[in-house]
Design a protein around this ligand. Sequence first.
Ligand SMILES: *[C@@H]1O[C@H](CO)[C@@H](O)[C@H](O)[C@H]1NC(C)=O
Ligand SMILES: *[C@@H]1O[C@H](CO)[C@@H](O)[C@H](O)[C@H]1NC(C)=O
Ligand SMILES: *[C@@H]1O[C@H](CO)[C@@H](O)[C@H](O)[C@H]1NC(C)=O
Ligand SMILES: *[C@@H]1O[C@H](CO)[C@@H](O)[C@H](O)[C@H]1NC(C)=O
Ligand SMILES: *[C@@H]1O[C@H](CO)[C@@H](O)[C@H](O)[C@H]1NC(C)=O
Ligand SMILES: *[C@@H]1O[C@H](CO)[C@@H](O)[C@H](O)[C@H]1NC(C)=O
Ligand SMILES: *[C@@H]1O[C@H](CO)[C@@H](O)[C@H](O)[C@H]1NC(C)=O
Ligand SMILES: [Cu+2]
Length: 570
Amino acid sequence: MPGSWLILVLAVSSAAALAHAATVEHTFNVGTLSWPRICQPGNISITAVGGVPGPVIEAYEGDTVVVHVINDSPYDVTIHWHGVFQRGTPWADGPSMVTQCPIRPGSRYTYRFSVSGQEGSLWWHAHSSFLRATVHGALIIRPSAGAYPFPKPDGEAVVVLGEWWDADIVLLERQAFLSGTQIPSADAYTINGKPNQTEKFSVRGNSTYLLRIINAALNTAFFFKVAGHTFTVVAADASYTTPYETDVIVIAPGQTVDALMAAGATPGCYYMEISSYQSAMPLRLGSFNIDVATAVVEYVGAAPTTDGGQQAAPARPEMPKPTDTATANGFYTGLTARVLPGRPTVPLAVDTRMFVTVGLGLSSCLPEQTSCNRSAPEAVATMNNESFALPTTTSLLDARYGKAPGGVYTNDFPDRPPVAFDYTNATGLLAGGAAAALSSTGRPTTKVRALRYNATVEVVLQNTALLGRESHPMHLHGFNFFVLAQGFGNYGGAASEQLNLVNPQQRNTIAVPTGGWVVIRFVADNPGMWFMHCHIDSHLSIGLAMVFAVEDGPTPDTKLPPPPPDLPRC
Ligand SMILES: *[C@@H]1O[C@H](CO)[C@@H](O)[C@H](O)[C@H]1NC(C)=O
Ligand SMILES: *[C@@H]1O[C@H](CO)[C@@H](O)[C@H](O)[C@H]1NC(C)=O
Ligand SMILES: *[C@@H]1O[C@H](CO)[C@@H](O)[C@H](O)[C@H]1NC(C)=O
Ligand SMILES: *[C@@H]1O[C@H](CO)[C@@H](O)[C@H](O)[C@H]1NC(C)=O
Ligand SMILES: *[C@@H]1O[C@H](CO)[C@@H](O)[C@H](O)[C@H]1NC(C)=O
Ligand SMILES: *[C@@H]1O[C@H](CO)[C@@H](O)[C@H](O)[C@H]1NC(C)=O
Ligand SMILES: *[C@@H]1O[C@H](CO)[C@@H](O)[C@H](O)[C@H]1NC(C)=O
Ligand SMILES: [Cu+2]
């Protein structure tokens, strides 16, 4: 019975940021909490920082953030500050075994970094095992000058979208690994940690609210609507966008969207609703939760609306179908950057070009997968036919800093797939045998791509249809990138595809279209070891990742700093 687990009282202290405060300090007690189940009565033990979602970190651009993490949970933990550039502080990025060894149970570690050159909504989350499911929260960066480049909203709300399992997520992950299967689909979707029909937002009529929407779900992209209301998207991944009017927001795991919502409807109650976007083709019925999650948007002081004497139910929005790729694509491609003076512009001369396939293929069980069906193939995820494994004894950044990559990683992540093929034609793939040729039979490897300091890097991410096509939200640590173009089918090369070099959206996580491609570009001016991976945890755990090793620059402040003295050891 889970109730017999050790229940700790968690204290979360925070010094609220005053305008222009230099340092924002928090203490995160990662511990075991007793938390209400969603699908059955009673509580379950979860790992969290005070609750789900955890505390909001609020800072002003230029502030220093200090977070003391005390690990009172039974699991190894690290925290990643999703979207924060970590310029000069690559050791604070957080992915386990990439930039640090995990914080062991009973240990603590203090993250210190500054939030400079970016404004908007970001978030923090565990970056070890699947703990992100319950260990996450918002990280808000307000403009230091106090002014947004859009009309000041009357209020704002953090809206964290999540997935919930009435189970210990680390145990589910372990079982999935041993059996070579995926974890079951979520028991429910949540809004600010709350199940269907429980979260409430109060608004005043004729007011405008800034919604800071964060997709913290492990494995699911969402459609987001509010009945009777439309939105003006003003930022995505903490990068300002040209105001974009829409009645539906689409958000993949890892992404954030800042949207203004005018509370201009007839005063009353309206449902906010999320439903899943299922990009996998062929659609695997039964592999996802078809439920929705709703929250109530209630106008303050509105007389209860009645329907023949009965109190009327709030209006519900009409959600797109789960397979509505046209709506997802319309939103994803509709965003462009709001070009502001002093902000980065697209670098025009490219130094390093890569063409990287991303997708799922087939493999066979590893010896340590003791309950795996050895007569059936299992899913594996690859980039350019390489399936990524984290090192186990030394973090990548440690190995790089100590100039001892031997046995930890190799510098040979390929710039192209081993064979060129008709990437997105499932019929052709089976007929031509490419699926078999690109099925990974070996063990996953730890290959990184070295980048010269300050190189301009362009990467085409090409989805494959080897084992069905699917939209993969690819997240790059340490940088924002410009999204120059995206489309369906096979990438045809810069000559035939129109690149937006004027006002492309900037992101840290891009949903590569299902059966399609995207072109991204960034300047490698941040020395470190930077993870690029699918933000669907069930794909990351089967290898959908690689690492950029950005080399040192010419000056002292462009060289890898030494590790903080209290960095956890393996
Ligand atoms: C269940 O969890 C809630 C929320 O954390 C808590 O208030 C309540 O005391 C818990 N109930 C039990 C029986 O532990
Ligand atoms: C909103 O503004 C309109 C026009 O000024 C006014 O008629 C209406 O009463 C206002 N509604 C609320 C809820 O304040
Ligand atoms: C979620 O809430 C909506 C709105 O009340 C309701 O119609 C729907 O049946 C609920 N769904 C589930 C799975 O409970
Ligand atoms: C293992 O896979 C084989 C081949 O797909 C299948 O026939 C068999 O039923 C599977 N065994 C179990 C225990 O699922
Ligand atoms: C896909 O491949 C099949 C078999 O090679 C071929 O007949 C078909 O024309 C291809 N489809 C497209 C759209 O190229
Ligand atoms: C893809 O990788 C596997 C090892 O995982 C290897 O056996 C196979 O030959 C590779 N495919 C090609 C076309 O190189
Ligand atoms: C980085 O590259 C830009 C553009 O190519 C150049 O102007 C700048 O001087 C470079 N900086 C360093 C430190 O090499
Ligand atoms: Cu993925």
